[in-house]
Design a protein around this ligand. Structure first.
Ligand code: HEC
Ligand code: HEC
Ligand code: HEC
Ligand code: HEC
Ligand code: HEC
Ligand code: HEC
Ligand code: HEC
Length: 444
């Protein structure tokens, strides 16, 4: 983005003129130019192409006209009027519901409060110092202060030189991320939803620059687009079909991933069963979707809506995907990416699909190992899943290591690896999340 448009953007947002200057005076990035271009080429509003924690999303630069096909397939706007909500399911499906509230899916977005925000507001640990204004010379100083006030929790950027400090403060309204790796925060400005510049990093329990934000900038202008909430929330109604919009019907926001993201809208199912005196013997769940009854490909498509980094271009509006339908009608795979190595970040589907286990087992799906109604178990505990198809003896290592390999097939055949995507740069330090590689094979 050209310097002029950055300045314009910030002015439009009512931001102090000094901020534009600060953004432009950022210290030169020490890394090679090509890489800087790739990672930071697009500032501010261009969320779509920015590096990110969860999905290596590479969107096509052109979004125009892409809804035509999608609308034809899905019959237009996403439906939400038959939404029942998790509390309704709880009354009849306690097995699934009681454990579900502890899962990362349920907790992946929450209203901001002292329990949901994991970062610290205590003096001494509530400042993210980027460049101390007290010692700033040509370049302005910059730090962020996280403050708990009577009416909420705030991020305040303080920038400039001693005696000429400028501030901008915004309230944390929405928390994104259960905190397995970290959290980002969103704020409302009228009917617009934006990302905040400071995120929380669980490893070390500290505040960091939000992923993809250029170090030494105080950027409050990055839009939270519908796709972001499509992966991290149950529903929000955008005010337009533009995939890059951040204007929403505020009251429509449903946080957390609800049962109905995977089971389809449930109001009919609920009223059907409520009117029955008791469930007749042998009754099934009418008017509800059970992914367990989908073909393997449709089961994996459901997870791929959010767990397949290589899917790129949206063919239909956010929140219009219906479980059980082919994902290809909804998101177009990026041909260029398929041929290359998938990234370990957020693409469990692409990696598992490369495994011989998966290619040679027509029924294998994500549910072979994961019960999404339960919180994640320690990695080694999944070894018994391997042993539903393999014998300890089929592993060459059993000759030297004996039965004890049965306790952990995982770390050798599904190692944890750092992602290729740089996710946050804070004062010269780069943080990469580590992910479990879902390509099951023999690693050197
Ligand atoms: C008033 C009770 C009731 C409520 C509320 C209810 N269900 Fe059910 N549900 C049933 C009964 C009864 C069955 C059939 C027997 C069974 O599988 O337990 C069923 C079956 C199901 C099935 C299996 C369907 C199949 O084809 O195998 C799913 C999935 C399901 N419900 C999900 C939900 C979800 C999601 C909600 C919340 C939106 C919900 N239910 C709310 C009573 C209820
Ligand atoms: C991330 C997707 C996802 C979410 C969220 C989800 N489920 Fe499921 N559900 C599945 C899948 C996949 C299956 C089939 C495989 C299995 O049983 O694990 C399933 C199966 C079921 C079944 C049928 C179980 C059986 O024995 O046949 C019920 C009932 C159910 N889910 C209820 C719920 C309820 C209630 C919630 C919310 C508290 C919920 N699910 C949330 C994906 C999901
Ligand atoms: C609507 C988007 C969405 C769908 C559909 C979805 N997931 Fe997820 N999943 C997420 C997000 C977002 C996270 C990260 C949550 C967090 O930690 O904030 C996640 C996390 C997970 C985790 C890690 C849980 C943990 O405790 O760290 C597993 C395992 C998982 N998903 C499996 C599945 C499977 C299997 C399916 C298909 C049945 C599925 N997901 C469908 C969005 C989704
Ligand atoms: C394509 C789906 C997708 C989109 C779009 C997406 N995420 Fe994610 N995100 C995930 C998944 C899945 C994970 C869990 C890690 C993984 O498997 O990659 C995750 C992880 C995260 C985490 C770390 C969660 C934790 O508990 O460790 C944060 C924070 C996060 N995303 C924020 C965002 C924000 C903010 C946006 C939008 C600006 C966004 N994500 C867009 C799918 C997505
Ligand atoms: C649903 C059944 C199933 C499950 C579950 C399963 N596998 Fe496999 N696996 C297979 C099949 C089938 C093959 C291919 C055998 C062949 O082609 O000779 C295979 C192949 C392999 C290979 C050889 C891969 C290669 O590229 O040469 C390894 C290693 C392996 N599995 C380890 C594991 C581990 C570890 C787990 C648990 C994390 C696991 N498998 C889970 C069915 C499964
Ligand atoms: C052969 C077993 C197996 C299968 C099949 C499998 N997973 Fe996993 N998955 C694991 C193990 C083991 C972990 C690590 C759990 C831990 O660290 O506690 C994991 C972790 C995850 C995580 C958390 C991210 C991370 O790196 O810790 C997500 C998200 C996930 N799986 C999604 C999926 C999806 C989506 C599918 C289907 C495409 C799938 N998994 C299929 C075994 C499996
Ligand atoms: C210490 C690391 C380690 C552990 C633990 C381990 N493996 Fe292996 N596995 C290997 C290596 C290395 C090879 C390839 C060399 C060989 O076969 O001698 C291999 C080979 C295999 C193969 C055969 C691949 C082929 O077709 O050649 C299978 C299947 C397999 N392992 C499954 C398992 C299962 C299941 C477990 C858990 C019970 C497990 N492994 C535990 C390292 C390990």
């Amino acid at each position: 983005m050209a310097p002029a448009s950055v300045a314009l953007l910030l002015t439009l947002l009512g931001f102090l003129a000094a901020a534009g200057q600060i953004a432009e005076r950022a210290t030169p990035d020490p890394r090679p130019q090509s890489r800087t271009g790739l990672i930071y080429g697009s500032l501010a509003l261009d969320t779509a192409r920015a590096p990110h924690w969860g999905g290596s999303r590479k969107w096509s630069s052109s979004h125009s006209g892409i809804y035509e096909t999608g609308s034809a397939v899905h019959g237009g706007k996403p439906q939400h009027d038959k939404y029942a909500g998790d509390a309704a399911c709880l009354s009849c499906h306690q097995d699934q519901s009681n454990s579900y509230v502890h899962t990362a899916h349920h907790l992946t977005s929450q209203p901001a409060n002292k329990d949901s925000i994991l970062g610290s507001f205590r003096d001494g640990s509530n400042v993210l110092m980027i460049a101390d204004p007290a010692t700033a010379s040509d370049d302005p100083g910059l730090y962020f202060k996280m403050e708990a006030k009577d009416n909420g929790f705030y991020q305040t950027a303080v920038a400039g030189w001693p005696g000429q400090l400028k501030r901008r403060s915004e309230r944390i309204d929405v928390v994104v991320g259960s905190g397995v790796r970290g959290q980002s925060y969103l704020y409302w400005h009228g009917d617009q939803l934006y990302e905040l510049p400071v995120s929380y990093w669980s490893d070390g329990s500290r505040w960091i620059n939000s992923p993809g934000y250029k170090n030494r900038t105080m950027n409050f202008s990055r839009a939270a687009i519908p796709r972001c909430l499509e992966c991290h929330a149950t529903y929000i109604e955008p005010r337009s079909l533009d995939p890059l919009t951040n204007h929403y019907v505020k009251a429509s926001l449903e946080l957390g991933i609800s049962c109905e993201r995977c089971h389809g809208l449930g109001a009919d199912h609920v009223s059907l069963h409520r009117t029955k005196a008791s469930a007749p013997a042998g009754s099934t769940g009418e008017a509800i979707l059970n992914p367990g009854k989908f073909s393997r490909d449709r089961q994996v498509d459901l997870c791929a809506l959010c767990h397949n980094g290589i899917r790129s271009q949206e063919l239909a509006p956010a929140f219009s995907f219906v479980p059980g339908k082919p994902l290809d009608n909804y998101l177009q795979p990026n041909e260029g990416d398929i041929a290359t190595h998938p990234d370990v970040h957020g693409n469990q589907v692409g990696l598992l699909e490369k495994s011989r286990c998966y290619l040679s087992s027509p029924k294998m799906s994500c549910s072979t190992c994961h019960d999404v109604h339960q919180p994640e178990r320690p990695a080694a505990a999944y070894s018994n899943r391997c042993l539903t198809c393999h014998q300890v003896e089929s592993c060459g290592m059993s000759k030297t290591m004996g039965q004890k390999i049965a306790d952990n097939c995982i770390d050798c055949h599904m190692p944890v690896e750092p992602t290729n995507a740089i996710i946050s740069e804070t004062a010269g330090q780069v943080m990469r999340p580590k992910m479990r590689n879902h390509w099951i094979k023999v690693y050197p």
